[in-house]
Design a protein around this ligand. Structure first.
Ligand SMILES: [Ca+2]
Ligand SMILES: [Ca+2]
Length: 197
């Protein structure tokens, strides 16, 4: 009986014999050596050619990062146990959310979503697109609850709801891509376009 080890041995032996016969029949010894030398020389030339002729492309230098859209998928619905807007008169309402960016440059949306209920908020205009001109430095994206929507209460103070810090560009990023950033109760998706010098 032939066990598995025996089968492997037989197969190997047959292959070896076939190879040996093939060489003997098709190529005399000196031809075989010549063929091998030629092949080695061809490979060497090929490799040498690659080294000599290949020119390393200079790494692209990031210039500016454009933000096309900001989508806030998660945010705190209450300020602790209290509604973001809980007036003395009238019923409590959800937050009125605006995004702001701080860091080397400061900017903010010119639009907001009123009385948010947890639904996803997508900003594609109202201040967008924006250009971050220090792409190697950290920026912070903040979401704020606006407290004076009609401009009638100059003494009101808007509420910072949450924030997340990010680097506009990470080495290797090109083209346009959407990154998801999370910090605590806040998750945001930002679509970036990378612009190089
Ligand atoms: Ca408020
Ligand atoms: Ca509100």
């Amino acid at each position: 009986m032939t066990n598995r080890a025996d089968k492997r041995f037989i197969v190997k032996k047959v292959i070896s014999r076939r190879y040996s016969i093939y060489i003997r029949v098709t190529k005399p010894l000196n031809m075989k050596i010549f063929t091998r030398i030629t092949a080695i020389a061809a490979i060497a030339l090929s490799l040498t050619g690659c080294i000599d002729t290949a020119e390393e492309a200079p790494a692209p230098v990031i210039s500016t990062v454009k933000i096309n859209s900001i989508t806030i998928t998660e945010y705190p619905l209450t300020n602790g146990a209290v509604a973001w807007d809980d007036p003395f008169i009238g019923s409590a309402t959800g937050p009125d959310i605006q995004w702001r960016i701080s860091g080397p440059e400061n900017m903010a949306s010119t639009t907001y979503f009123e009385n948010c209920d947890g639904s996803t908020l997508t900003y594609t205009a109202g201040g967008l697109p924006i250009y971050l001109n220090q792409p190697l430095q950290e920026y912070t994206l903040e979401i704020w609850d606006l407290d004076d929507l009609d401009g009638s209460d100059l003494g009101s103070v808007d509420d910072l709801m949450s924030s997340v810090t990010f680097l506009p560009w990470i080495a290797g990023a090109t083209g346009t891509e959407t990154l998801e950033l999370t910090n605590g109760p806040m998750t945001v998706q930002i679509e970036f376009t990378y612009i190089f010098q």
